[in-house]
Design a protein. Structure first.
Length: 207
């Protein structure tokens, strides 16, 4: 998993509540188990019409927001099903941080496993940041995970809370597999001990 330390870029304003995971990545694109290649389908039904043409009114089809690194939305972002493809699609598109007043629990948890930083801020703050984001190319935001701060182009800085363990994992690029591999030596030692003491457990596999 790619580390998250600092991030600077355009923020796309998405003034919608209850953005569910089917809106983020529709069900017909869930056949893959790869984390890559889903960015083109991010917000598919909002970005494209029935013929596959772009809907010009949707934010990610507009100028600087095509390269957005940050998404600003309203409350309960990521509700709906538990599909992990939702953070996959956001990250594959290039978005590494979502700012909202609140997130659905499962989506929030999945973000940290996939290098996506969800930042929960008070609604009035989100509304202000969204207004700044609507300036387009003139609005560049910076996220500093170590300092737990969001800086806007007006020079204002907002602090956010994050669980220390999740912060550690993002800073070091550790997903569940990465965390497990940090214990590789202990796992190998246990397996050697078990193989010596209970060899019949490994006989069926030829180990």
């Amino acid at each position: 998993m790619e580390k998250f330390t600092t991030l600077t870029g355009a923020a796309a304003p998405l003034p919608m509540i209850n953005v569910d995971t089917d809106a983020i990545i529709p069900k017909q694109f869930l056949k893959t188990i790869k984390r890559t290649g889903l960015g083109i389908h991010l917000f598919n039904d909002l970005r494209f019409d029935e013929t596959g043409g772009e809907r010009p009114e949707f934010v990610l089809n507009k100028g600087p927001y095509r390269e957005a690194r940050i998404l600003i939305a309203f409350d309960n972002f990521g509700c709906g099903s538990s599909r992990e493809h939702a953070p996959w699609a956001l990250v594959d598109f290039g978005i590494r941080c979502v700012i909202a007043p609140g997130f659905a629990d499962i989506f929030y948890n999945n973000c940290f496993k996939n290098g996506l930083l969800p930042v929960a801020l008070p609604k009035n703050v989100v509304v202000r940041l969204m207004g700044i984001a609507e300036r387009g190319a003139n609005a560049t935001f910076s996220i500093d995970l170590e300092a737990q701060e969001v800086s806007d182009p007006d020079g204002d800085v907002v602090s956010f809370e994050i669980d220390p363990f999740r912060k550690h994992c993002l800073l070091n690029g550790l997903d569940d597999i990465g965390l497990t591999m940090r214990k590789a030596e202990s796992i190998d030692d246990f397996e050697k001990s078990q193989r010596a003491g209970q060899p019949w457990l490994y006989a069926a596999t030829g180990g």
